[in-house]
Design a protein around this ligand. Sequence first.
Ligand code: GLU
Length: 483
Amino acid sequence: MKEVRTRFAPSPTGFMHLGGLRTALYNYLYAKKNGGKFILRIEDTDQERFVEGATEVIYDTLRSCGMEWDEGPDVGGAYGPYVQSDRKDLYLPYAKELVEKGAAYYCFCTKEELDERRAAAEARGEVFKYDKHCMHLSKEEIQQKLDAGVPYVIRMNAPTEGESSYEDVVFGKLTFPNDTLDDMVLIKQDGMPTYNFANVIDDHLMGITHVMRGMEYLSSTPKYNLLYNAFGWEIPEYVHLTTVMRDAQHKLSKRHGDAYYSDFIEKGYLKEALINYLALVGWNPGDDREFFTMDELVDVFDIHRLNNSPGIFDMQKLNWMNARYIAQMPFEDYLAAVTPWFDKAFEGMDRKMDYKRLAELLHSRTEVFNQVPDMVDFLREMPAFDKELYFNKKMKTSAETAGAALDLCIPVLEGIEDWSETVIHDAVMAKIAESGLKNGAVLWPLRIAISGKQSTPGGAFEIAYLLGKEETMKRLKASRADV
Ligand code: GLU
């Protein structure tokens, strides 16, 4: 069997869209699964302007996610160069070959002429399609214009009758009437190829066997096939991927901050969780397994299990998965990862915070790191809270019972010299035992009085310890004054 060669061909925009990352992932998985090659090609010919550092964003993202490419701009390979703009001189001869074969033609129409014809067509209620005007020029007329240096583009000569079909791995057999195909531009006035042309030439020259890309290319593919056929080249397998959506109606968007890989990393998602989840948006393993390392994905990936309905990117599901990945981090790694978020939450605070202890309390309850500041901000400053919080049916507590409970705790805590969790625990528990009250009847109001929150990482003793004696006493007394 022929070696499988897949490619990821991003345009360097400066950002890695999650949909793009998933395309890269599926290409990578399929190549690795089949012992083939995964190729990175940078498609920069259609770009209006150069974006500084944009290719580095692509390299860094793929590498940090564990998708090393076998051939590409920085690693080389036998089919280079792998940056389209470095290949710019090789496309024109292929376009000229098509002109020779009658599969393409020079077009000298100016933008103004085209605009006029487009406006006229629209006035008639028609969709404008290039009218093959220049295809009817004589050989002499064409040569004259070329000699005179009249600017031109080269267009494909698409059939206007009949229909074109192809088999897609995900969507099955697709048929398009040929009158929907336009005479697309292959070479632009500046001599550069369009994406529509370059992708065919490059995929062929690079020996790509499987073209996996977004479904926005579904309807252009018959035109690409016409080019393959005109050259007499073998057509690759097509694997069109459905769009990654936020919900049934909406795409991921820059405005919502959910479109780019970097958005998620900045928010504190783990790349392993993101990759794991992305793999499942549009593909399923055929059983109910959900957790996969990259190697496990390589093992089970199957293009026949790609879905043909849109992939819904469910943020809640991702959060759940992220939490599981975080919980499984070695504690030292978790501490290192959560530290900048603590720094952010406690910036400028005049008390010391025991990060290690706080991290122990949060490790199993962190969904996404950017939620950490909100989870710990009560340690920085006592939040205003509703006295209703003292109410707890099970503990039989309320604002009315809180006063007595706090009165029990205040002198005990006041008397502690060595402010550690064990000492606090033992002293308070001894006092509760002596009082004959139930633990919860005292500990619930105590925790509310010093945290102001219904739920907190850690209980009353941990919180008191983290706050330090001075702050604990300050909070307790203020809360006591209130009930
Ligand atoms: N440069 C194209 C894009 O970023 C690539 C499409 C393809 O994979 O052929 O959408």
